[in-house]
Design a protein around this ligand. Structure first.
Ligand code: SF4
Length: 219
């Protein structure tokens, strides 16, 4: 729930009194310093709920309004977009960095995409999943944009959604290098921004225009 008078990066909760914040942890990677900072503010401000989210982040829930700025100052972390009309997050599986099945560097690619696109203003929220092989542990087929690592390169899928009206994404292109895939992600985001109505997710756009129209516009 959004509230016009909310402090920086704070989301009003259902009690209409307390707030949640979501610090930015790109592709779910954390360090001992990040975890210590979170634990420190959790204790200091007696934060009642600290919850790992589906976007590979840790939400701090139940803050009083006047605590929010102080918590951010203490954390020294950026805001992870969680309710605005923009790219919310890039989730990524471990890929070749760790996983024995990995065919591509999904973590490195996810981090690169995070830097480039998270927070970019759009007609609706957008989620991206980068998987290092066809097992798709980063849920690529049910994300607005999905990348899937294969032996011959990256497959890019678009228009997926895991919501109450789930939709499997359509294949936009295959055998892409990482640079080609990065460029195509940018082109698809622009296409979506120019052709979609406010609050209409990419799945609705794909349902309306079909993948062939997207291909002929941006490939
Ligand atoms: S998608 Fe593939 S590479 Fe990524 S975690 Fe799953 S099995 Fe491993």
């Amino acid at each position: 729930m959004q509230d016009k008078g909310a402090p920086t990066g704070a989301i009003l909760q259902r009690d209409k009194k307390t707030y949640a914040i979501v610090p930015r942890t790109p592709v779910g990677l954390v360090t001992p310093d990040v975890l210590e900072a979170l634990a420190r503010v959790g204790r200091k401000f007696e934060i009642p709920i600290m919850k790992i989210t589906s976007g590979q982040r840790i939400a701090l829930v139940g803050l009083e309004k006047d605590q929010v700025d102080e918590v951010w100052a203490d954390l020294k972390m950026d805001v992870g977009p969680a309710v605005g009309l923009c790219v919310h997050y890039i989730q990524a599986c471990p890929g070749t960095e760790v996983c024995k099945f990995g065919l591509r560097d999904s973590l490195g690619f996810g981090l690169e995409l995070e830097e480039l696109f998270v927070g970019k203003a759009l007609p609706a929220k957008m989620k991206v999943g980068v998987s290092g092989c066809t097992m798709c542990c980063a849920e690529s087929y049910v994300r607005d944009i999905g990348l899937i690592g294969k032996r011959k390169g990256w497959t890019m899928v678009v228009g997926g959604n895991a919501s109450g009206r789930p939709r499997i994404a359509d294949v936009l292109a295959e055998e892409l290098t990482r640079a080609e895939a990065t460029e195509l992600v940018g082109r698809f985001i622009e296409y979506y921004r120019e052709n979609s109505n406010k609050r209409s997710r990419s799945s609705m756009l794909l349902k309306k225009v079909g993948i062939d129209a997207v291909k002929s516009a941006i490939l």
